[in-house]
Write a protein of this length. Structure first.
Length: 202
């Protein structure tokens, strides 16, 4: 029987990302499930000052409520010209949580007069694993620049505006596999692989 591991998310793309990374690494013996597949429990608001604090709080909540090992991430966009904002406020930058259009519109407006040379940014992801009384937190970063208009239909969030360093297309134009290989969350999840492999063998 594979061991069930909870990803503290209802985002099917995040669940798929972890499943692909586990498969590519040859880690078998784990069944990845999301919040929609476990009994509901009260989810604490994201009040941490850092991505790491928020990810760990979500993973602790999920593990305590379900008894399963739990992986949670908190991620966002840090824009150089905005002193690292929106940061932990990325999902609600435009005023309503998860309104990608409003978030992107506000970001473009704030960067309207910023020259191309100063539009540097990075996606940051912290991933936390809480299992059997142990806690591991990893961080991945993906540098790039903010484009002047959204391009691409893939991904979510700020992907249509983010052009990875050294690239010429937005992250919303990348295949899921190419995005996994380079992205902030992919990097943070791969850094969790040793701990996940231990779980699979336990």
């Amino acid at each position: 029987m594979p061991r069930r591991i909870l990803v503290a998310s209802r985002n099917a793309k995040k669940l798929g990302e972890l499943r692909r990374i586990l498969a590519e690494a040859g880690v078998a013996g784990l069944e990845v499930v999301g919040l929609d597949e476990v009994p509901p429990f009260p989810e604490a608001p994201e009040t941490g000052a850092t991505f790491e604090e928020n990810a760990l709080a979500k993973a602790r909540d999920g593990a305590a409520a379900t008894g399963l090992a739990c992986v949670a991430d908190d991620s966002g966009l840090a824009v150089d010209a905005l002193n690292g904002m929106p940061g932990v406020l990325s999902a609600r930058w435009g005023g309503r949580h998860g309104d990608d259009g409003a978030n992107n519109d506000l970001l473009l407006a704030q960067l309207d007069d910023v020259p191309d040379a100063r539009r540097g940014a990075r996606f940051v992801s912290a991933c936390a694993l809480v299992a059997d009384g142990h806690e591991v937190v990893t961080v991945g970063e993906w540098p790039g620049v903010i484009a002047r208009k959204p391009v691409g239909e893939g991904g979510f969030g700020y992907d249509p505006l983010f052009v990875p360093e050294g690239g010429s297309v937005s992250s919303a134009q990348l295949t899921p596999e190419a995005k996994d290989a380079a992205s902030h969350r992919g990097r943070a999840l791969r850094a969790l692989l040793p701990a996940l492999a231990e779980l699979a063998e336990a």
